[in-house]
Design a protein around this ligand. Structure first.
Ligand code: NAD
Ligand code: UDP
Length: 325
C-alpha cells in the first residue's frame, strides 16, 4: 500500500487543481486545497467538502502561510490570457511571491514541491516541436510577459532553492490542457468555441486560424504531474514537458467543435492578439523516458466529453467574462 501523505494543492479549486485534489483524495491522502477563487469558484470542490480527508483554505499565495505538509503542488496562478492580463502586476506577484512562499514552506517542512510551469516559457517558439532544452523567445515587454516571465522567474527560484538549500523540487511545463470544469468564460480557445457553438453565437477565430496548438485532456495531464511528483531519481527535478503532441490549427479546432456539437454557428475572424504564438507542440521524449507517460485520449474523444459537460452546466451560475485589456 502506498503511503498516506499530507498534500497541499495551491490553486486547488481551479480547473486542473480541482481534478488533482479529487485524485489525491480518492487515493486516501490528506488534502489541503488553498485558493483565493480569483478564476475559480467553490462549486469546483463542493463535492469534496464533506470528506474528512479534504480541507479548503481561502488564502492568497502572495501572502505567507504556515502549514505542515509532505508535498506541495503549486498551481496557484491565473492561466487563461484574459485572466492573467486582467491584473498583470498581480499575476507576476502570484508566480514570484507564490514560489518563495511554497519553497519557504517546503524548506521548513522538508516537503517536496512541484511547480506547474508552462509551455509559455518558450514564448513564440522558433524551434518546433519544443524540447525542454529550448530556451524560448519571450517578449519581455508584451502583454503576455506578466505570465511568461513570472513562470520563467518561478523556475529560476525553484532551481536556486534546489541548488542552494537542497530543496526537493519538481517542475513540469504544461501545454494547453482542456476538459470539463474549464471556466466557460475564461476566454481560452476550447471553452470559447464550445460555449459559442452550444449557444449558437459566432465562433471567434483570432487571426486567420492557421496558428497551431496541441491539446491535452485533463486526465492525462493530472496522471503525468502525479507521476512526476512521485518520481524518485536523485538529482532529476525536470523541467519535463507535459502535453499531447497531436497538433491542430485553430481553424481545425473550430470545425471539429462545430461537427461534434452539430452547431449552426458561423466562423468569424477577429484580430490576432499581440505576441500570440504561431505554433506549439511538445516534444515529450523526456516524459516518456523518465515517467513512462504519454497521453491516451485523442482530441475528438476528449472534446466529446468536454462538450457533454458544457451541455449540463447553467451558464448563469458563472461570473461574466473578465475584461481583457
Ligand atoms: P485556473 O485558472 O482554473 O486555476 C488557477 C487557480 O489558481 C484558480 O483556482 C485561481 O483562483 C487560483 N489562484 C490564482 N491566483 C491565486 C493567488 N494569488 N492565490 C491563491 N490562488 C490563486 O487554471 P488551470 O488551467 O487550472 O491552471 C492551473 C495551473 O496550471 C496554473 O499555474 C497554470 O499556469 C498552469 N498551466 C495550465 C495550463 C492549461 O492549459 N490549463 C497550461 C500551462 C500551465
Ligand atoms: N483563440 C481564438 N479564438 C478564441 C480564443 C482563442 O482563435 O475565441 C486563439 C488564440 O489567439 C490562440 C489560440 O486560440 O492562438 C489558443 O488560445 P488560448 O487563449 O486558449 O491559449 P494560449 O495557448 O494562446 O495561451
Amino acid at each position: 500500500m502506498s503511503m498516506i501523505r499530507r498534500i497541499l494543492v495551491t490553486g486547488g479549486a481551479g480547473f486542473l487543481g480541482s481534478h488533482l485534489c479529487e485524485r489525491l483524495v480518492k487515493a486516501g491522502h490528506d488534502v489541503i486545497c488553498l485558493d483565493n477563487f480569483f478564476t475559480s469558484q467553490k462549486t469546483n470542490v463542493q463535492h469534496l467538502l464533506h470528506l474528512p480527508n479534504f480541507e479548503l483554505i481561502r488564502h492568497d499565495i502572495t501572502q505567507p502561510c504556515w502549514l505542515e505538509v509532505d508535498q506541495i503542488y503549486n498551481l496557484a496562478c491565473p492561466a487563461a490570457p484574459g485572466h492573467y492580463q486582467h491584473n498583470p502586476i498581480k499575476t507576476m506577484k502570484t508566480s514570484v511571491m507564490g514560489a518563495f512562499h511554497v519553497l519557504g514552506m517546503a524548506k521548513r517542512c522538508g516537503a517536496r514541491v512541484l511547480q506547474a510551469s508552462t509551455s509559455e516559457v518558450y514564448g513564440d517558439p522558433e524551434v518546433h516541436p519544443q524540447p525542454e532544452t529550448y530556451r524560448g523567445a519571450v517578449n519581455t515587454l508584451g502583454p503576455r510577459a506578466c505570465y511568461d516571465e513570472g513562470k520563467r522567474a518561478a523556475e529560476t527560484i525553484f532551481v536556486d532553492y534546489h541548488r542552494m538549500h537542497g530543496a526537493d523540487v519538481r517542475m513540469v511545463r504544461i501545454f494547453n490542457t482542456y476538459g470539463p470544469r474549464m471556466h466557460p468564460y475564461d476566454g481560452r480557445v476550447v471553452s470559447n468555441f464550445i460555449r459559442q457553438a452550444l449557444t449558437g453565437e459566432d465562433i471567434t477565430i483570432f487571426g486567420d486560424g492557421s496558428q497551431t496548438r496541441s491539446f491535452c485532456y485533463r486526465d492525462d495531464l493530472v496522471e503525468a504531474i502525479i507521476r512526476m511528483m512521485e518520481h524518485e531519481e536523485p538529482g532529476f527535478i525536470g523541467p519535463v514537458n507535459i502535453g499531447n503532441p497531436g497538433e491542430f490549427t485553430i481553424k481545425q479546432l473550430a470545425e471539429l467543435t462545430i461537427e461534434l456539437t452539430g452547431s449552426k454557428s458561423r466562423l468569424v475572424y477577429k484580430d490576432l492578439p499581440a505576441d500570440d504564438p504561431k505554433q506549439r507542440r511538445p516534444d515529450i521524449t523526456l516524459a516518456k523516458q523518465k515517467l513512462g507517460w504519454e497521453p491516451t485520449i485523442p482530441l475528438e474523444q476528449g472534446l466529446k466529453t468536454t462538450i457533454d459537460w458544457f451541455r449540463g452546466i447553467d451558464l448563469s451560475h458563472y461570473r461574466a467574462p473578465t475584461p481583457n485589456y
